[in-house]
Every structure is written in C-alpha cells, then in structure tokens.
Design a binder for this molecule. Structure first.
Ligand SMILES: Cc1cc2nc3c(=O)[nH]c(=O)nc-3n(C[C@H](O)[C@H](O)[C@H](O)COP(=O)(O)OP(=O)(O)OC[C@H]3O[C@@H](n4cnc5c(N)ncnc54)[C@H](O)[C@@H]3O)c2cc1C
Length: 272
C-alpha cells in the first residue's frame, strides 16, 4: 500500500487537505503517527505536513503564553521563560522522543500518554483550529471531548501565564528515571489571603482523555493548602474518573494511589 505525502507552506491549506483528502492524517513530530504508518495502518492513505513557521512559533510575555502546536518538547525545554513547564516536557519520553514530540500531537496521544495535555488543561488553555476558511478558537476541554472525530488541525495553544509558584505537575511512574505514566496530575493553585481561589486540577491516565478533577477543585475552594485544608479534596479525588486496566497499572491501583500523589502535590512534597 502506498501513502501519499503532501507538504503545504500554509497551515490553512494543510487544514483543508486534512479535512478533504481521503484517509488523510496530519504529521507533526511523527512519534506516534509514523509507528502507525510503519505498521501499515490501512486507514492512513495521505500524510499532510506543513512548513508554516507559525506552526512552531513560541511567544511568551509576562501575562500570556502562545505555543505553536508544532513546538517540540525540546523547544519548550530550551525556553527559560517556560521553566514552569520544564518538568512537564521532561515527562514526555526520552531525549530522542522529546526532539520530535510536539505539543499539538500530545493533545491527540492516547492514554496513558498525554502528559503535556494534562498540564495545558490545568492551565485553562484554548486551542486555535486552522481551517481553509479561517480560524476558530475553543477551550481545550472541548477539543479533548471531541478529539476522536479528527479532521481538525490545531495550529496554536494559548493560556494565561501562571503567576509565581501557582502551577504544579507530577507524574507517577514505576520505572525510574523515566517510564510510562501510571498517572499524572497538574494543578493551578491561586491563593487569595492564603486560601485557594479558583483551583484547576487535571489528571492523566485516569480516563479516556486527560480530565478535570472538578470535585476536588470544588472541595479546595476557600481552603488553606495544609493537611486539614486539603482533606476534603483528597476524599473526593477519584470522583468522576474512569481509569482503565493496562500493562502499566490496574484501574483499582490508579484510584488507590491518586489521593496519595494529589496530597503530595498539594502540600508541595516532592514526588519520589
Ligand atoms: C518511546 C515513546 C515514549 C513516549 N513517552 C511519552 C510520555 O512519557 N508521555 C507522553 O505524553 N507521551 C509519550 N509518548 C507519545 C508521544 O511521543 C507524545 O504524546 C507526542 O507529544 C506526540 O506528538 P507528535 O508530534 O509526535 O505526534 P504525531 O505522531 O505526529 O501525531 C499523533 C496524532 O496526533 C495528530 N496530530 C498531531 N499534531 C496535530 C495537530 N497540530 N492538530 C491535529 N492533529 C494533530 C496526528 O494526526 C496523529 O493522529 C511517547 C512515544 C514514544 C514513541
């Protein structure tokens, strides 16, 4: 079976091709897609690429971060202003994978992959979809909920830069220093008068896609980040999750260890 490769200078034209060509798939870093091509996945008939410089552009100001969807984990690690995301980028594969793996591709990576998407969900990111007839912006939650439908091309991801030390991320693995995530947790923890005001917590590998821990977020509202303050959130940590059994861990075990690691993250105790 032959696979056609089509390269476009403009993202808008690549987006048109993704939605109109038969069996078209967009190629970013290729760490997942090329495996499917090499395994002769019959659903892939055309590979669409773009050399548009906007696709890899990263812009960081004091208030806002914009990441071209084609920015790699290595590019994130090279940007000092994005140091709050370095732990997240380092959680994705080994050095060779990080050179190719893109932020946009991570939004479509099946569970338990998707560590970067978990962080972006906690950061309340929006995604911009490129299209032949213009662009459209939508919340990341919405993209994740409909991502199986495919045929859309993410050009950019944007979010408010988190103030101070308000953003935290942890990934739990059984193989050290770096194995697949048993689960990952990201949290944005804004404080007003030493009380949580508007926390956002997201999990990876606790459902079909990265998901919000809405019950835990509600339980944290107005509470202090100490053992007594976070206890109600830990009690509902696994509410709304639907982890799966896989080769890395059972669903039961994921639910068991989730509050342990959420506790460490909220109290600022470094993970082992
Ligand atoms: C050895 C190995 C270890 C890994 N470890 C981890 C890990 O620890 N954590 C983790 O999160 N992931 C991991 N991954 C998975 C993967 O490398 C990352 O999720 C990566 O970010 C995927 O991005 P990519 O650019 O390579 O995607 P690609 O392989 O290019 O694409 C993947 C899918 O996303 C679609 N896609 C890509 N970009 C876009 C876009 N801009 N708009 C719309 N659709 C798009 C493609 O069409 C395809 O269906 C690992 C992979 C390997 C091979």
């Amino acid at each position: 079976m032959t696979v056609a490769v089509k390269t476009f200078a403009r993202l808008a034209d690549a987006a048109s091709a993704v939605s109109t060509e038969r069996g078209a798939r967009f190629l970013a870093g290729g760490t997942l897609l090329m495996r499917a091509v090499n395994e002769a996945d019959p659903s892939i008939e055309t590979i669409v690429r773009s050399t548009d410089p906007a696709f890899v552009h990263v812009a960081v100001s004091s208030a806002r971060v914009e990441l071209g969807a084609g920015a790699t984990m290595a590019a994130i690690l090279a940007e000092r202003e994005l140091s709050f995301l370095h732990r997240v980028a380092r959680a994705v594969g080994g050095p060779a994978v990080r050179e190719a793996a893109t932020v946009g591709g991570n939004l479509f990576a099946p569970s338990p992959y998707g560590d970067f998407a978990v962080a972006l969900l906690a950061l309340d990111a929006t995604v911009t979809l490129a299209g032949g007839y213009g662009q459209r912006e939508l919340p990341l939650d919405e993209l994740l909920a409909g991502r199986e439908r495919g045929a859309s091309l993410v050009s950019k991801i944007a979010f408010r830069r988190p103030p101070g030390e308000t953003f935290r991320f942890a990934t739990v693995t059984r193989v050290h220093p770096k194995g697949l995530s048993v689960l990952s947790i990201a949290a944005l923890l804004p404080l007003t008068n030493a009380r949580i005001a508007g926390a956002r917590i997201a999990y990876g590998a606790m459902g079909h896609t990265p998901l919000r821990a809405k019950a835990a977020e509600r339980a944290l509202e107005g509470r202090a980040l100490d053992a007594a303050g976070i206890a109600p959130a830990l009690a509902v940590a696994a509410d709304g999750t639907s982890p799966r059994d896989d080769a890395i861990a059972s669903a039961w075990w994921r639910r068991e260890i989730l509050p342990v690691h959420l506790r460490r993250l909220l109290l600022g105790v470094d993970q082992v």
